[in-house]
Design a protein around this ligand. Structure first.
Ligand code: GLN
Length: 250
């Protein structure tokens, strides 16, 4: 009997915590909604199909929203605005193939990891750049404020790095010889190379990293709820199914 009462009490407590979040709108910026900040030019994680934003992150966010009983809304913005949008309460979470880094952790929390990324180097076919070492002294196109930007600047000097707002703009610069290579995440790299003739990805992994959702440091409740949802979606195979749908095995 005592056990049942304790259990009932625990359940009431759990329910009231969730109800409290929803009612006061504490857990998300707008009641009933889960607003995801992203930069929708990063296939296959987020990209436009007509006027709709689709991709790995969009589907994972939709599955998380469903678990939390919230309606997903996606806000498209520049990559370097995402963390500020989330920390200042304009969006609930950022999903953007975003890498967990020590530097970012100073300003924002990250959920548990849901995917891995690798920074790779794209060159024109026949380029004299054939390895990471060959990059020295050449110009590198990157997407502004990404880890590719940060590593390239650290390793090869800011004078050799040209920053673009979108990954695709860096690719266009490579095609027109304005930069000698592009450093970017492997899956978008594959999409860009497939969409443009004359480009190749070097057979070398520059840096491997973990992707996660960023959530405000002021919103521990949402962080816990998203991690719980991600754990459930991992356990029931949903996350793997979404990854398999967009990312073909080598
Ligand atoms: N993974 C990289 C980063 O977090 C790039 C992400 C992106 O361009 N959307 O910086």
């Amino acid at each position: 009997m005592k056990k049942i009462i304790t259990l009932a009490l625990a359940m009431i407590l759990a329910l009231s915590v969730f109800a409290g979040c929803g009612k006061k709108g504490e857990m998300t910026v707008e009641e009933g909604k889960l607003i995801m900040a992203t930069n929708a030019y990063f296939p296959p994680y987020e990209y436009y199909e007509g006027s709709e934003i689709v991709g790995v992150d969009a589907e994972i966010a939709a599955a998380v929203a469903e678990k939390l009983g919230l309606e997903l809304e996606i806000a498209d913005m520049e990559f370097d605005s995402i963390i500020t949008a989330v920390s200042s309460g304009k969006a609930d979470m950022g999903l953007a193939g975003m890498t967990v880094t020590e530097e970012r952790l100073k300003n924002i929390n990250f959920s548990d990891t849901y995917a891995q990324g690798v920074q790779v180097v794209i060159v024109k076919q026949g380029s004299e750049i054939q390895s990471i070492d060959d990059i020295t002294g050449h110009s590198i196109g990157v997407q502004l404020a990404t880890t590719g930007d940060i590593y390239a600047t650290d390793d090869f000097g800011s004078e050799n790095v040209v920053e673009f707002n979108k990954g695709n703009d860096a690719i266009m610069a490579l095609l027109s010889d304005k930069v000698d290579c592009v450093i970017i995440d492997n899956e978008p790299a594959k999409s860009f190379v497939a969409a443009n003739e004359g480009l190749v990805i070097l057979d070398t992994e520059y840096v491997t990293e973990d992707y996660a959702a960023c959530i405000s440091k002021d919103n521990e409740a949402l962080l816990a709820a998203v991690n719980k949802a991600l754990a459930d979606l991992t356990a029931d195979g949903t996350i793997q199914k979404i990854l398999d749908k967009y990312i073909s095995a080598e």
